[in-house]
Ligand binder design. Structure first.
Ligand code: S3P
Length: 167
């Protein structure tokens, strides 16, 4: 069994992914962590020094590498990974793709100061989050299961995914 957790920043992908993997006895990986390990620098620094296109190319590579010949993995992706259609098609062929969503207000609350999120490093954060959500909506909807986590905690969301997988 392979499961992909995707969706916008601050929707709970990492917390839910870790909890799900733990409960199912599966391995867990996070594309941002894999990218940082490969580049030897934090996501913020990659964006600042190499740019978003470089980050996205690395992301594509780590997705291909971590999934190759792999069975029994829960993979959380960065929020931009499935915006690329090739990544999306690839991941949907590899595993069950669960997309987490949340309202812009909840996203902004959860990401807090957003030090880890270079894309949100701007004065018009709220408007930009709303614009990105709109722009990305169709890509995020292209999944096996879509869960709005706005009013839900990690346990509840994890349980919803478990029910979907086993019912
Ligand atoms: C991004 C989301 C981030 C990270 C990068 C780009 C995006 O991951 O991959 O900053 O384009 O939405 P999280 O969704 O885990 O914060």
């Amino acid at each position: 069994m392979n499961i992909v957790l995707t969706g916008f920043m601050g929707t709970g992908k990492s917390s839910v992914g870790k909890r799900l993997a733990e409960g199912l006895g599966l391995e867990y990986a996070d594309t941002d962590d894999l990218i940082e390990a490969r580049a030897g620098m934090k996501v913020r620094k990659i964006f600042a020094e190499k740019g978003e296109a470089f980050f996205l190319a690395l992301e594509k590579d780590v997705i291909r590498d971590i999934t190759s010949g792999k069975e029994g993995l829960v993979l959380s992706t960065g929020g931009g990974a499935v915006i690329d259609e090739a990544n999306r098609r690839f991941l949907r062929g590899w595993g069950t793709v669960v997309c987490l969503a949340a309202s812009s207000g909840t996203i902004l609350e959860r990401v807090g100061s957003g030090d880890e999120r270079p894309l949100l490093d701007r004065p018009d954060r709220k408007a930009y989050v709303e614009e990105l959500l709109k722009r990305r909506e169709a890509a995020y909807r292209d999944c096996d299961l879509l869960i709005d986590t706005t009013k839900k905690g990690v346990e509840e969301v994890t349980e919803e995914i478990r029910r979907f997988l086993f019912c």
